[in-house]
Design a protein around this ligand. Structure first.
Ligand code: CU
Length: 239
């Protein structure tokens, strides 16, 4: 049987297929475009964060005029470097001592640490971790010739260092026990590592005398200019 061609039906069917196909394609395009758009936004977001962070950091460093002093200390033998401290002698400003107490322990018949650098006004809690009774005293005026007496394991006695200088710390029960407290004017000091390297960060701009301290050896003082955002190099030689 010959069926009459239904033009209207054909047209509507074709149109609906076209519309469906078009919508599908545009949906795919939309999804693809959205993903690309999101990727661009993510990249832009992180780029903005990075630029803002570095700008803030640089502005802060420049406003405060903060720089770094980095360098080396040489000694005839590497073991001589132990407990060497490098510090700026004087920075024209008043510095608050750290609020937390520093601790010097007496453990295994030894003062720990052997050398303790701190800012003037800092309190040190002297701790006894041994079963034996120790004593803590200093023969130096820097520490007001203090004698804290003797106390039991696990107990501490505090002393506040209010004078600049180096105080030797001793125990009158065990004459071999010895330590040092370096009472410094400012917090710009650093302990030298096993390779003789040190770094003093966030130091204010200026020209300073840099000193080193070692129990047995001395090194010539050095002058250094600290500039904002710059690492200034200093070299010491212990003799
Ligand atoms: Cu002792």
């Amino acid at each position: 049987m010959f069926r009459k061609f239904n033009f209207k039906g054909w047209y509507e069917q074709t149109l609906s297929l076209y519309v469906l196909n078009r919508d599908c394609l545009s949906m795919q395009n939309l999804t693809k475009n959205t993903w690309i758009y999101m990727k661009i936004m993510i990249v832009l977001f992180f780029a903005t964060c990075f630029v803002t962070a570095s700008f803030t950091f640089n502005t802060f460093a420049e406003e405060k005029g903060l720089g770094t002093i980095s360098g080396t200390v040489k000694a005839k033998k590497a073991k001589y470097l132990k407990d060497t401290i490098v510090y700026i002698e004087n920075v024209p400003n008043a510095f608050e001592p750290q609020k937390e107490h520093a601790v010097m322990d007496q453990k295994n018949m030894t003062f720990i640490p052997h050398v303790l650098p701190l800012v003037k006004g800092t309190t040190v809690d002297f701790l006894n971790s041994d079963l034996v009774q120790h004593n803590v005293y200093s023969p130096d005026t820097v520490a007001d010739n203090f004698n804290l007496g003797t106390w039991l394991k696990g107990e501490t006695k505090p002393f506040t260092f209010n004078k600049l200088g180096i105080a030797s710390i001793r125990c009158n029960v065990h004459v071999d026990m010895l330590a040092y407290v370096l009472v410094l004017q400012n917090p710009y000091f650093a302990r030298v590592d096993n390779e003789g390297r040190f770094s003093i960060t966030n130091a204010p701009e200026g020209t300073y005398l840099i000193k080193s301290w070692n129990e047995r050896f001395k090194a010539e003082d050095q002058q250094v200019e600290v500039k904002a955002g710059v690492i200034s190099s200093v070299a010491f030689e212990l003799k």
